[in-house]
Design a protein around this ligand. Structure first.
Ligand code: DEZ
Ligand code: MG
Length: 304
């Protein structure tokens, strides 16, 4: 199976007429940090305008767990992109839903968090108490003293995600819970090795997880793309025909594999992690149907 490179107006017109539901990855597709990718705003507005004529829907699917859906809504508003909370699916949200509805972690169990506010907010939405995360006590560079550590026996899960304030204390506490609290679940929001942060690439959620996996010799249950828990969360709120749905992403092993696993079509953009040369040796499970330089290329549809 080969990837079709889009370049002509008729290529984009065919794309538009073939798909009614458009799933957009965020980092590297819509934005780099707080800066929108050129043309992304216009393309999203154009798709919205088409909704009035032909039924088109837009869903945002991000592995970035640093924000909750509510806080993503704030980011979309700030950037001037129309979005409804129900259209936003983040790996923090999907992880909290996984703990609550899939494994049904009892609500009297606490979750130890390696991660940021996004995870905490989504856990709270699902009725869970959490430890770690943004708690100042755990955001310290002071050496961890195991003799001073008091194990909380009610911690029933460790949830790990991108944590830009990661430190040794958090790793030590997570390690203690996972080795000493019987049955403690080990869950990670996403396993991305890196992400496009604007002027450069930075370590992602999977890189934050790696020391724990190495020290524990145990793998975590991963929730975000390419895993289908995220798609299950979307299915719970939206009805769509996979044959008329396209996933637009910048990463082969998350976005493209996610779309293909779910029976969706896939469009790769080259504004994030993947370079066109990466397509030379791509695995079949990660081969996109289409590739275009940038989401902004679709502006040609609106004659902009
Ligand atoms: O580890 C992370 O958080 C991710 O690499 C990252 O932010 C991915 O976000 P996405 O491209 O799925 O929007
Ligand atoms: Mg991305």
């Amino acid at each position: 199976m080969s990837t079709k490179t889009l370049s002509l107006k008729e290529d984009y017109e065919k794309l538009l007429s073939s798909y009614d539901t458009w799933l957009f990855d965020c980092d590297g597709v819509l934005w780099h940090g707080d800066r929108l990718i050129e043309g992304a705003l216009e393309v999203l507005s154009y798709l919205r305008s088409q909704n009035r004529i032909i039924d088109k829907s837009i869903i945002f699917v991000t592995n970035n767990a640093t924000k909750s859906r509510k806080s993503y809504k704030g980011k979309f508003d700030k950037l001037g992109v129309q979005a409804h909370v129900d259209e936003i699916f983040g790996s923090a949200y999907a992880s909290a839903v996984y703990l609550s509805s899939v494994v049904k972690l009892p609500k009297d169990k606490k979750v130890y968090v390696i991660g940021e506010k996004g995870i905490e907010e989504e856990l709270e939405e699902e009725g869970f108490q959490h430890l770690g995360g943004t708690d100042p006590e755990d955001n310290t560079l002071a050496p961890f003293k195991i003799e001073n550590f008091k194990l909380d026996p009610t911690v029933g899960a460790v949830l790990c995600g991108l944590d830009t304030s990661i430190n040794y204390t958090k790793y030590c506490k997570a390690y203690q819970y996972l080795t000493r609290n019987e049955g403690c679940l080990f869950v990670v929001t996403n396993e991305d090795s890196t992400y496009p942060a604007g002027p450069g690439i930075l370590p992602g959620g999977g890189s934050i997880l790696a020391p724990l996996v190495f020290s524990l010799r145990r793998n975590a249950t991963a929730i975000g793309k390419p895993n289908q828990t995220m798609l299950d969360c979307i299915h719970a709120k939206h009805t769509f025909d996979p044959a008329r749905t396209i996933m637009v992403g910048d990463r082969l092993e998350t976005d493209i594999e996610f779309g293909k696993k779910g029976g969706l079509s896939t469009l790769l953009v080259l504004t994030g992690i993947t370079a066109s040369s990466d397509l030379d040796n791509v695995k079949p499970a990660q081969t996109p149907d289409f590739v275009t330089q940038s989401l902004g290329d679709l502006r040609i549809l609106a004659n902009i």
